[in-house]
Write a new protein. Structure first.
Length: 187
């Protein structure tokens, strides 16, 4: 059975969708570890409720990004992770993680990349007045929301309610990420 790690910084709704899909067999893998850069974030509670190991750390407690990323790599290696799934992890990865797990790290982003990169993609898309929104899953490289695109799914919306767009993005994310992760672990 393939083993995945989910990295998240907040609520963990994508983690929840992934873990539930693994449990019901919709993803042919198990979540072996959750990595969170915000101790006390909701995702840590969700992981605990499912009995999934969680490494929650405060980046400021480390001398450098390289130091905490080395610890993350050691923890990934210790549980035999095959695929890293970023799911709302709000940090750019350095060469430490990319060097150890490059080609095995995917990210989900709430826009149709290459448009609207960064942390405020939904708000920027709404402000711009787009009529087609979407979600992108891509391989992670050293660029911000760069890397080869694996999957995308779009939906039309002709409004300006950021909360409605977020709700619809989450619906698409939870479905598309599960489908894509399953394909990747079976490849």
């Amino acid at each position: 059975m393939k083993r995945i790690a989910v990295f998240a910084s907040g609520e963990g709704s994508n983690f929840e969708a992934i873990a539930a899909a693994c449990e019901r067999g919709a993803i042919a893998a198990e979540v072996a570890l959750v990595v969170c850069d915000r101790p006390g974030a909701r995702v840590t509670e969700r992981a605990a409720a499912r009995g999934i190991a969680c490494f929650a750390f405060a980046p400021k407690e480390y001398a450098s990004k390289a130091d905490y990323e080395r610890e993350i790599v050691a923890r990934l290696d210790a549980v035999g992770v095959d695929l890293v799934c970023l799911a709302g992890y709000m940090r750019i990865l350095s060469e430490v993680l990319l060097g150890a797990y490059g080609g095995r790290i995917v990210n989900i982003h709430p826009s149709l990349l290459p448009a609207f990169k960064g942390a405020h993609a939904i708000e920027e898309a709404v402000a711009y007045g787009v009529k087609v929104y979407g979600v992108t899953i891509h391989w992670v490289d050293a660029t911000l929301d760069g890397g080869r695109i694996i999957a995308q799914r779009a939906f039309a919306y002709d409004g300006d309610d950021v909360h409605e767009v977020e709700r619809r993005v989450h619906e698409v994310e939870h479905e598309l990420y599960v489908e894509t992760i399953d394909k990747l672990v079976k490849a």
